[in-house]
Design a protein around this ligand. Structure first.
Ligand code: PAF
Length: 283
């Protein structure tokens, strides 16, 4: 696996791969890789001939009181994991390389409707930070395919919208959530949990499953289901941000005849913000 830090070198390598007729897949990450990320790499390998992974902790998607400074940076084990997974190229730019030293001044990409909804409500600037950095990374890598995890489902829907709206010639694929044995969705932030919080954390997925079961049994008062779930999370010791039942494709509030749904939740345990979701098909 080759490791590059500059856009110039990256473009040169990718041009050479393209000249050999290879299809390029791209997996953007912020590092601290776990089995969920490696699943993205495997999916990318199944879809293309040459897989580029990036590791860049993007300052633009962190709020002033969030964990940018303390976000786990584990480059050596990440390199080893990607080497084992047989990724072809790792791109590790620094902030200067991506933003020219002035993240506050660069052109921003904002996908309408995401900043004020779900995670966007409590994390101002988060989705604009993601859309901006992903656009910059896409322009550098120019992949045929990009793979994102479904745990960050709102991010995935936003990227699909952005790619469509800006006519980017990229197929966007979602990869299923990878879970710990007790159901907790894998996340780099799980490492912040104390042992007691870790024991409680799997309740988030259980609560989502309870909403799913109720919907499958015909419950139709979505607001009541969401409130019950919020109460269950509070009782378990979470500080819930939202539990929301939406249409799976566009994250709109479900139309009466919608059958493909998703329940999304975000809740804080101690100081750690966890998100998760579960999909449901109702008849
Ligand atoms: O999902 C992530 O890890 C990040 O939001 C991404 C897509 C790498 C952009 O920084």
């Amino acid at each position: 696996m080759e490791i590059l830090t500059t856009t110039t070198a990256l473009r040169e390598r990718i041009r050479a791969q393209r000249a050999q007729g290879k299809r390029i897949a791209f997996v953007p990450t912020m590092g601290n890789l776990h089995a969920g990320h490696l699943q993205l790499v495997r999916q990318a390998q199944a879809l293309a001939d040459y897989v580029v992974v990036s590791i860049f902790v993007n300052p633009m998607q962190f709020g002033p009181n969030e964990d940018y400074a303390s976000y786990p940076r584990t480059l050596d084990p990440d390199k080893a994991a990607l080497q084992d997974a047989a990724a072809d190229l790792l791109f590790v730019p620094d902030v200067q390389e991506i933003y020219g030293g002035s993240p506050g001044q660069v052109t921003r990409v904002e996908v309408p409707g995401f900043e004020g909804d779900l995670c966007g409500r409590s994390r101002p600037g988060f989705f604009t930070g993601i859309a901006t950095v992903v656009t910059g990374l896409f322009n550098r890598v120019q992949p045929d395919i990009a793979v994102f995890g479904e745990k960050d489902y709102q991010q995935l829907v936003m990227i699909r919208r952005m790619v469509r709206d800006l006519c980017m010639p990229i197929e966007v694929h979602g990869a299923e959530i990878v879970r710990e044995v007790d159901g907790l969705a894998m996340s780099s932030r799980n490492g912040y949990l104390t042992p007691a919080e870790r024991a409680t954390a799997s309740r988030l997925y259980q609560v989502l499953n309870e909403v799913k079961t109720a919907l499958e049994r015909g419950a139709s008062d979505l607001a009541a289901l969401e409130q019950t779930a919020l109460d269950s999370l509070s009782v378990a010791g979470f500080n819930p941000d939202y539990v929301s039942i939406r249409q799976r494709g566009d994250l709109r509030v479900p139309a009466p005849d919608a059958t493909e749904l998703i329940v999304l939740a975000a809740a804080t345990l101690g100081t750690t913000r966890l998100i998760d979701n579960i999909v449901i098909s109702v008849t």
